[in-house]
Design a binder for this molecule. Structure first.
Ligand code: CGF
Length: 824
């Protein structure tokens, strides 16, 4: 079976040639030389060498697509959580082994050089990382596609812990520039804001003219996105904001020295920093301006490319362009396209609306009410006066032509479906606007898509049967298996074709080996070696000593109450208590590993982080429990840290309250790398259990219907507190100063939230969770059964390849065909 044909074409380059190219760039591009160069310089020299292939790929792909006047998708996302690019680019070009050998011959470990690259953390969590996996898959599937976003100067904050509390530090990913981006000043756009709208009456008709109060420049930075195999190289275009005029001499000369700068400072703030909220609506004017800035610049870029090819014959526009809204963050692009088509191109409202609806599609990523974006009508009116007019018009026609027709005289439904919410001072509902303005709406996992139809937009679904679809999320196996788990990849390639990172379903060939003791040994040896590596990372980051023989129990995701990191904490405290009561309590040693950032303004999330760190401090230094439990909270969890941890994980904690986690994507990465999912029937956990088999995951807790039932019956967390001795004991422990010597009550916020409110039913699911954790302990100690289950997970989850997700989008929403770029 081994040595089957490999997918990634090996550029005809030898190790010697690669070395020469790197040294050439070290000298001629970076102006240094071998003896003197820093690791950072070597990193830049390798990047410059790799870019020779990449830039060629960009041109080949662009020429091919332009030559064929190709239909393309434009993926609008306020977030792209890219992580590091070097390793992925080397892998996708089939250059990794070559570069590794070359650097070894030059006296370096490639892995060390890769550490020099800062993460491109232009996203908060799942939604941002999904966008990054998706553009990797679009390029790998040779689909004509462009990602559009914001070129934030500062990405997601760096997290540090001070006395157990989260502290945010600014992210400086571009401190020394990035070798992976190209500035494209020739394609800059101008974006307008504020001002007023004039109605011009002429030739018996009238049209609208927007007189902006402020304009700013949008400068594009292109990041090449290399498809696996290096055939197609698409582009991620990120917009940087700059002032129209850098310095206002008139103001300066009239003594307004500082004011002369104001405009440029204000303009630059637009792309200055990513809003660090995951799942909450920021509601700030600057955030709205960010959303409009990149939407308008992107629409203008699409129009420029279209006009260059087709002048103002817009009959082909919808046939050649698909625009995907990654959540409602770019929803303002809908009235923006209408403004351009009607005001600038003079197309009739009806025709323009038809084109707009055909062009847009919208992905919903959450049901959490606080995450559904609503903008004060007054704010949109002030910042975007013409767009507010257009939204009024869209809404009026929608309510009259469609809602009234379906539900004549039903004001209740009109109020519910209206894009404008009359209550709380008139708000604009960006979710309703996105649904009304799109031809397709999808959720990100089957259960979530069903709930979007049933609970979020039931009437819209009735109005447009067939508009609401499901496209279950996925992850790119190139970054999340091939690149981050080379030991597993090598083992796999002994039994499966080398092109498995492209055709993940080939991993099913491992299923027959699940009970093969030799393969089980090899497979678990891979896991153990990965754990040994990560033991060093834990020591380096937290100074905690752990054993690779312990169970690595992992919960890595943003800190949010619905994800229930505090449920995990209660169980850790219960285990600790059992060991204090009976030091010989029979359990396999376990290391609980957390990685999670809390939004800076999210009080309880920060209290949960603090509580976990205080409990960790106590548990990790308590000799009475003989290292049977260790708790590790890794600071600054991010993509590059996930790439080190996921291959070393044994247990994947996916314990959200059923109905709250739309999909999850960490669950997919962990399971594909052989971690056993401990989860609720929520999001994609359900589909992971379906694909891997119920016996190869550990499910607990209420399902969605039971949650709804419990809520309808009136949920009383106090009941569980009073009737579960262990649960009561650990909750009361939080009130004491056991974990915060001399400061009793410092952790009480977490207890009171749970005992008094518990909005995410932690206490209701506690016992079922605790029992499931005992199942995990028993299963792990049955080495054959554990290895079998882990292997089955790796072999059975091809469905969660983001290539499959993107193929679903291409087939069911974008109607998009691949166009392979011409070779040389
Ligand atoms: N926003 N948002 N939503 C999320 C994540 N938090 O980013 O999108 C992710 C990507 O669709 C989902 O996997 C996750 O369940 C959902 O909560």
């Amino acid at each position: 079976m081994s040595g089957k044909k490999s997918a990634a074409p090996k550029p005809d380059m030898t190790v010697k040639q690669f070395k020469e190219t790197v040294i050439k760039h070290l000298r001629s591009t970076l102006g240094t030389y071998e003896e003197k160069a820093s690791k950072q310089a070597w990193n830049q020299a390798i990047a410059a060498s790799v870019n020779e292939f990449i830039f060629d790929g960009v041109s080949r792909t662009r020429k091919t697509h332009a030559g064929k006047d190709a239909r393309a998708v434009h993926y609008l996302s306020l977030e792209f959580l890219m992580g590091r690019l070097m390793s992925n680019n080397l892998q996708n070009l089939g250059l990794y082994e070559l570069a590794d050998k070359a650097m070894k011959e030059l006296g370096f470990e490639l892995a060390d050089i890769l550490e020099e690259e800062p993460d491109m953390a232009l996203g908060n969590g799942g939604l941002g990382r999904l966008a990054a996996c998706f553009i990797d898959s679009m390029a790998t599937l040779a689909l004509p596609a462009i990602g559009y976003g914001i070129h934030y100067e500062h990405g997601l904050f760096r997290q540090e812990f001070f006395k157990g509390r989260q502290v945010e530090r600014p992210d400086q990913w571009r401190e020394f520039g990035s070798p992976w981006e190209i500035c494209r000043p020739e394609s800059e756009q101008v974006v307008k804001l504020y001002g007023y709208v004039e109605t011009v009456y002429e030739n018996g008709g009238s049209h609208k003219v927007w007189h902006p109060g402020r304009t700013m420049r949008a400068i594009p930075w292109d990041i090449p996105i290399v498809g696996y195999g290096g055939h197609n190289v698409n582009v991620l275009r990120l917009w940087e904001s700059r002032a129209d005029k850098f310095f206002d001499w008139d103001v300066f000369n009239s003594g307004g020295y500082v004011d002369a700068y104001t405009e440029s400072v204000q303009a630059e703030t637009v792309s200055k920093v990513l809003y660090p909220n995951d799942e909450t609506d920021a509601g700030k004017e600057l955030r709205l301006i960010q959303q409009y800035f990149f939407s308008a610049a992107s629409i203008a870029d699409v129009m420029r490319r279209f006009r260059n090819a087709h002048g103002n014959d817009f009959s082909k526009f919808t046939a050649l362009n698909a625009l995907q809204l990654n959540d409602t963050h770019p929803a303002i692009a809908i009235p923006e396209l209408m403004r351009v088509l009607v005001d600038e191109e003079g197309i009739s409202w009806a025709e323009a609306w038809k084109m707009t609806r055909e062009t847009f599609s919208y992905t919903n990523h959450t049901l959490l009410p606080e995450a559904l974006e609503k903008w004060p009508l007054r704010m949109i009116q002030h910042v975007l006066p013409r767009h507010m007019e257009i939204i009024f018009e869209i809404n009026a026609r929608f309510l009259k032509d469609e809602v009234e027709t379906k539900w004549p005289g039903n004001d209740g439904i009109k109020r519910k479906l209206s894009i404008i919410e009359e209550a709380n001072g008139q708000m604009v509902r960006m979710g309703n606007l996105s649904v009304v303005g799109s031809h397709a709406v999808n959720g990100v996992a089957q259960i979530h898509s069903d709930l979007v139809k049933k609970d979020l937009f039931p009437e819209m679904n009735e109005l447009w049967p067939g508009k609401f679809l499901n496209v279950t999320n996925g992850i790119t196996p190139r970054r999340w298996m091939k690149a981050c788990n080379p030991r597993l990849s090598t083992l796999i390639e002994k039994h499966v074709d080398a092109d498995w990172p492209r055709y993940l379903e080939k991993l099913t060939a491992l299923k027959p080996l699940a009970d093969d003791s030799k393969f089980q040994k090899e497979y678990m040896a891979v896991k153990h070696a990965n754990k040994e590596d990560f033991v060093k990372v834990i020591k380096e980051l937290t100074d905690v000593d752990v054993s690779a023989d312990a169970i690595f129990d992992v919960q890595i995701k943003r800190l949010h109450e619905y994800k229930r990191q505090h449920l995990n904490l209660l169980y850790i405290m219960a285990l600790y208590r059992r060991l204090l009561i009976n030091p010989d309590y029979d359990m396999h040693p376990r290391v609980f590993i957390f990685g999670a950032k809390a939004a800076p303004g999210y009080y309880l999330a920060k209290e949960i982080i603090f509580a976990i760190n205080k409990v960790a401090e106590k548990v990790n230094n308590d000799p009475r429990i003989k290292d049977k439990i260790k708790v590790v909270f890794l600071p600054n969890y991010r993509v590059s840290l996930a790439e080190k941890l996921i291959p070393a994980a044994d247990v994947s904690q996916q314990i959200s309250l059923a109905g709250k986690e739309a999909s999850g994507t960490g669950n997919m990465k962990l399971a594909l790398n052989g971690a056993i999912t401990l989860g609720t029937l929520d999001g994609a956990n359900i589909e992971i259990a379906e694909e891997a088999g119920e016996e190869n995951v550990v499910i607990f807790g209420m399902d969605v219907d039971e949650v709804v039932e419990t809520r309808e019956q009136g949920y009383n967390p106090g009941h569980y507190y009073q009737n579960n001795e262990e649960l009561k004991a650990v909750l009361d422990w939080l009130d004491s100063d056991f974990f915060t010597p001399g400061e009793p009550g410092l952790l009480s916020a977490v207890k009171h939230n749970l005992v008094d409110h518990d909005p995410y039913m932690v206490l209701a699911d506690y016992q079922s969770y605790s029992d499931a954790q005992s199942k995990i302990d028993a299963l792990y100690r049955d080495k054959k059964a554990w290895a079998r289950a882990a292997i089955i997970n790796t072999a059975s989850l091809a469905k969660f390849n983001s290539d499959r997700s993107i193929q679903d989008y291409a087939d069911t929403i974008w109607n998009l065909k691949p166009i392979k770029a011409a070779a040389k």
